[in-house]
Design a protein. Structure first.
Length: 496
RNA sequence: GGGGUGCUAGCUCAGUAGGUAGAGCAGCUGACUUUUAAUCAGCCGGUCACAGGUUCAAUUCCUGUGCACCCCA
């Protein structure tokens, strides 16, 4: 008889035998303890022969095993951690012990027995009974080096989560961050809402949308690029403080900082302005550092970032001059000079772009990446802020800020434009730009104008990029490390 | 869009100045009742990403394609 060599085939044979024995996938085992909880609870406990034994039932995945004739050690892993099992032939009986020897790494099992400490001091369970609950047909990656291939880590994230502690920890931290943000907002009297993901007109941000189609209505719909306009309609409707944590979709490039779908929190507060939101953002980010991460100094990819003390805040044009002493204030305000400057800096400028847009481009290229410690930038041109309120003193500047950490834009907020007629004019400007060939310009959203005409109270609004914030707080170099299933190209079958 | 790097066993990686490939772990057989990268003995396991080209001979050199990662725009 030829020897079985394929690990998967061997496991399938074992499953086939289980099927013959009936009930190959039982679901009647109930645990009463978790590995990690036991490790914490009994960290300092000594166990002696004459005390009443502590009996526990655990379940999880078989990760390692060391078979030594009539006794064996294995580790099983559940959602909280690992615990060692000690199995002896004379304790378990020959048939169960032989069954156990037939288990494979990766199998899911349930075990019960008494807690004890081995000679080397490791908390373990002296197993009295053990059962296979799910047969794993494929082997796990190697136990020592784990799984490092980034492609498999992303495509088969479950393997990454099983094998890599740091991956598990990043996503646990992500969940804790989002929970903390949600509680923070609720405690500030914000109402959590859900607004449409499918929009008849894409709006609320400058970005290329994904297009889909509704068959019954026979109409194209756009996956939302931002929830902004709907959230402000809710403020019109009297929900004076609202927030939404959810996905936005932008049909643009994929990189270490961009996934086509990404998570944003947007929130709006009536009778507040952008200064209030600068303060709120600082309070939120600081509380995340203190309560979730436990530190106010973080290292992000080798850079020290200091979240203690008052966050810096200054004006966009100031910041350009501050980081680029060779640029003069005069040049930034002169149409001909600034175009020349942009050209010199190898910035592509469109024919419809005004001074404000070019200033913004220069800022993005020459300043953004240098804003390492948490920094608010204000004074954005109205030209690049079609939904923001005009500044009372400088009508070409908007009441807007952006927030940066580690050279990355984390948040964007402003006092909302609640003048319906001004908003209609600005939409019209966007439409004119679109007609002139600017594909990024916004549509005219008459529905939104109608809502504004009913009266939007003076309101502040903001969006915070959750993925980028999580990247910084977990020291993750790529957005793919903080999104469970990042988008990758299809794996295509090999050519014929 | 441009440039760079990678793709070899289930996993982690060597290697071939062109002559069909190795290790560790995993797996299989056996020994072993306190191991923990268990140990010891023996064994199995490969379309060297894919397609062309050069060559007596290509996993290796060249070209293209795919996927991934990094950098730039």
């Amino acid at each position: 008889m030829s020897e079985q060599v394929d690990q998967i085939a061997l496991r399938r044979n074992k499953l086939a035998q289980l099927r013959q024995g009936g009930k190959p996938f039982p679901n009647d085992f109930r645990r009463d303890a978790y590995a990690g909880d036991l490790q914490n609870q009994y960290a300092d406990t000594e166990f002696s022969e004459n005390q009443v034994p502590i009996h526990v039932k655990v379940s999880g995945r078989l990760m390692t095993r060391r078979l030594m004739g009539k006794a064996s050690f294995t580790h099983i892993q559940d959602s909280t951690g690992q615990i060692q099992l000690f199995l002896q032939k004379d304790q378990l009986g020959e048939s169960i012990y032989d069954e156990f020897k037939n288990f494979d790494i990766g199998d899911i099992l349930g075990a019960e027995g008494d807690l004890f400490r081995t000679r080397t001091g490791e908390l373990s369970i002296r197993v009295k009974n053990i059962r296979l609950l799910t047969k794993a047909l494929r082997p796990l990656p190697e136990k020592y080096h784990g799984l490092t291939d980034p492609e498999i880590r992303y495509r088969q994230r479950y393997l990454d989560l099983l094998m890599n502690d740091t991956t598990r920890s990043v996503f646990l931290t992500r969940a804790a961050i989002i929970q903390h943000i949600r509680e923070f907002m609720i405690s500030h009297r914000y109402l959590e809402v859900e607004t449409p993901m499918m929009h008849p007109i894409p709006g609320g941000a400058v970005a290329r949308p994904f297009i889909t189609h509704h068959n019954t209505l026979n109409m194209d719909l756009y996956l939302r690029v931002a929830p902004e306009l709907y959230l402000k309609k809710l403020v019109v409707g009297g929900f004076e403080r609202v927030f939404e944590i959810n996905r936005n979709f932008r049909n643009e490039g994929i990189s270490t900082r961009h996934n086509p779908e990404f998570t944003m929190m947007e929130f709006y507060c009536a009778y507040a302005d952008y200064h209030d939101f600068i303060d709120l953002t600082e309070e939120l980010v600081k509380s995340l550092c203190q309560k979730v991460i436990g530190r106010e100094q973080l290292n992000y990819q080798g850079q020290e970032i200091d979240f203690s003390g008052k966050f810096e805040c200054y004006d966009m044009l100031q910041s350009i001059l501050r980081f680029n002493p060779d640029i003069s204030r005069k040049d930034l305000h002169d149409e001909r000079a600034i175009r020349e400057l942009a050209n010199h800096l190898q910035i592509q400028v469109g024919s419809t772009d005004g001074i404000g847009k070019i200033q913004m481009e220069i800022f993005e290229k020459k300043v953004e990446q240098k804003l390492i410690n948490p920094t608010f930038i204000t004074g954005y041109p109205v030209e690049v802020s079609p939904l923001s309120r005009r500044n009372d003193k400088q009508p070409d500047i908007s009441d807007r800020f952006e927030f940066f950490i580690a050279g990355r834009e984390i948040a964007n907020g402003f006092s909302e434009l609640n003048d319906a007629e001004d908003q209609a004019e600005r939409f019209q400007e966007q439409v004119n730009k679109k007609d002139a060939g600017d594909h990024e310009a916004m549509h005219f959203d008459a529905d939104y104008i109608c809502a504004l005409e009913h009266g939007l109270p003076p309101t502040a609004g903001e969006g915070i990029g959750i993925d980028r914030l999580v990247m910084i707080l977990t020291d993750s170099p790529s957005i793919r490390d903080v999104v469970l299933f990042p988008h990758l190209r299809h794996q295509q079958p090999p050519a014929e």
